[in-house]
Design a protein around this ligand. Structure first.
Ligand code: G
Ligand code: G
Ligand code: MN
Ligand code: NA
Length: 242
């Protein structure tokens, strides 16, 4: 009961905000897009994953996630037209049609949906069918957390994503740790073979960036390159003479 009240409060005005983390082209040094990440004002240090989990437990998961998508999209006009927006969504809400509804009127050519396997997809054909009308209109699909155990090879193979986001656990120490490097290399090779593009997540050091670039990664995100930031800062990053 207390949890239900807390979750309802989370849906109120000002209860959460969206920050935007830049995704860079490493060679061109250019921002390609931003990932929208939700922050809850009541407890900013608590992971959004926990909030979203609690919301789902009391049946408000879809409502909260769609409110977050709506809030992220509402600021898209602050970014130049060539820059995309990446949104984290649960496969459940894609299947229910809620994601498509909250994307109505949005420029789908500028939208990437990131899906992870936290909630396993049991019926891939149905999932792909739900996505198909959106992808036909330019929406791109990213597999999030690739290599983390949440996103297996078979998951990736069945989704045929436009983008594969290499999990932070593979990025960390990729320069020094041969085991991680070989796993990252396998995923990168897999992406090349299947026509997906790789984005390395959580890049924190120059050594990690260089090692990943050496493996053929040209898109990356992480504290080394840019932290999640309010929309005004994100927009300012892109103003001339950028
Ligand atoms: O930004 P941070 O590292 O704290 O995010 C922690 C987790 O919460 C990540 O897995 C991220 O994908 C997830 N997350 C952040 N914002 C959203 C959101 O708006 N919707 C969903 N579904 N997940 C989010
Ligand atoms: O699960 P997902 O990939 O959507 O979540 C991305 C998470 O990674 C966010 O919570 C974001 O705040 C976090 N993040 C972004 N850059 C870095 C980084 O350089 N290092 C670490 N440890 N986390 C990062
Ligand atoms: Mn993500
Ligand atoms: Na991830």
């Amino acid at each position: 009961q207390a949890m239900a009240e807390r979750v309802t409060a989370m849906l109120g005005a000002g209860a959460f905000s969206v920050v935007y983390q830049p995704i860079f082209h490493l060679v061109e040094g250019r921002i390609l897009g931003f990932e929208a990440l939700t922050r809850f004002s009541a407890e900013p240090a608590r992971s959004p994953d926990v909030w979203f989990g609690e919301a789902a437990e009391v049946g408000l998961g879809e409502q909260l996630e769609m409110a977050a998508v709506g809030k992220a999209l509402a600021r898209l006009d602050r970014l130049p037209a060539g820059v995309y927006l990446s949104l984290n969504v649960s496969p459940t809400h894609l299947l229910s049609g809620a994601v498509a509804r909250s994307l109505e009127g949005a420029p789908l050519g500028r939208i990437v949906l990131e899906v992870t396997e936290h909630v396993p997809i049991t019926d891939y054909p149905r999932f792909m069918a739900a996505l198909e009308p959106l992808r036909r209109r330019g929406l791109r699909l990213a597999v999030d957390d690739a290599g983390a155990g949440y996103a297996s090879f078979s998951h990736i193979l069945q989704l045929g994503p436009d983008l594969i986001k290499l999990d932070v656990t593979l990025t960390r120490n990729v320069d020094a740790d041969r085991t991680r490097r070989s796993l990252a290399a396998a995923l990168i090779r897999f992406a090349e073979e299947t026509g997906s593009r790789i984005i390395a997540e959580g890049v924190e050091t120059v050594a990690e960036r260089d090692a990943l670039q050496g493996l053929g990664v040209d898109m990356a995100q992480g504290y080394l390159l840019g932290r999640p930031m309010p929309i005004a800062e994100a927009a300012a990053l892109l103003r001339p003479p950028y």
